[in-house]
Design a protein around this ligand. Sequence first.
Ligand code: FAD
Length: 395
Amino acid sequence: MKEFSNKYDVAVLGGGVAGVAAAVQSARSGAKTVLIEKSAFLGGLATTGLIYVYLPLCDGYGHQAMFGIAEELLKISMKYGPGTVPDWRANKGGKSLERYQVCFSPASFALALDEICDDAGVDLWFDTLVSKGNIDDTGQISSVIVENKSGRGTIEADIFVDASGDADVVRRIPAGKCKSSDNYLSSWVIEYDVRIKGTEPYILGSNLGRYILQERDVKTVNEIDGRQVSHFLLESRRKIRKHYLDEYARNDVNRHQLFPLVLPGMASFRTTYAIHGKTVLNTGHEDTSFDDSVGVIADWRYPGKMWEIPYGILVPENIKGLLAAGRCISSIGDAWEATRVIPAAAVTGQIAGMAAALAVETNSQPESLDVKTLQSRLKAEGFEFHCSDILQEKD
Ligand SMILES: Cc1cc2nc3c(=O)[nH]c(=O)nc-3n(C[C@H](O)[C@H](O)[C@H](O)COP(=O)(O)OP(=O)(O)OC[C@H]3O[C@@H](n4cnc5c(N)ncnc54)[C@H](O)[C@@H]3O)c2cc1C
């Protein structure tokens, strides 16, 4: 089989929400961009993983904190399916149900993600696994090795974005530094449940049920590897089978009345590996101002709490030509909990895509990029950089 090779300005590795945001922004900024995804769908955990809750873009007190592609994706998640944005502007009391968030159909979001990438001119490669990055004499990542039905090939690019969720690219480069974190057994199942009644057909969370397997005391081992992914998947499906058998044994529903419709197509890991970046966002950094802040995210758990995103958390130490986006950026502790979710992945993805395209345009490295120029370009996309500005501008 002949080996293949292709060259791009920017290569985004992993097509979850972060990868889509990065690729769309990079292509819109004029860079020749490829997005490489190992599954058949874009969206990662949000679609293949069935996580259909787009957590809030606002702070819970009527202030919008996240803008740009994060808001665009929230809107298009409902383009081919149901979902309604609540009256979040009126919410001055921080009640979580009235925040700027929606439930979407994973299938309709997947269709819309193809479309937004197509429209931006992103070259999409599905069913293509990124196995490792090649580093040149200067310590720069020059290409990645990929495998698909054509065989093994290389993708060259000036700048790469690791949006694999698990820092697959950074982790496999010898100089790459990562941190790992505990996980616990968890999985979302879309199910038919005769006990849930509603007026409209197939409204998620209303009359189409979901079973959430959540076993916080069943920890997965740190530093997941290939065997542990299989173990995680098999163990979660064993627990899901037990859940249905237990329900049937209680005799109030039978298998005609309650059954799984769709299972997640990927392991539901929350936090696995994160890069060790030039800056590390940590517990206690909420509401902290950074000079190199390139965005703000609202904390989905606590109304009123926000986190600035310093540019340095996207830039890995010791590797040139690479940025990270999504749930594998350089956050730890409570900051990782806040930054790993769907809207935050879209925000860090867009920043990484903008930074990658700017690095190509100015022939510079991500680590020495002119952050002021990056900030002015993000500002033109509607971004705010400081928590205080978000509270001030909208009050
Ligand atoms: C059980 C659970 C419940 C959650 N609940 C919510 C919620 O209610 N709301 C919310 O907003 N967030 C929630 N989250 C978090 C959120 O879903 C994810 O953290 C977020 O979607 C991460 O996006 P991402 O793009 O960074 O990563 P991912 O979604 O993991 O995307 C990574 C993509 O990269 C691809 N990929 C990985 N490795 C390779 C490779 N080597 N080659 C090619 N492709 C590769 C994957 O197939 C995937 O498509 C939940 C997470 C879990 C696990």
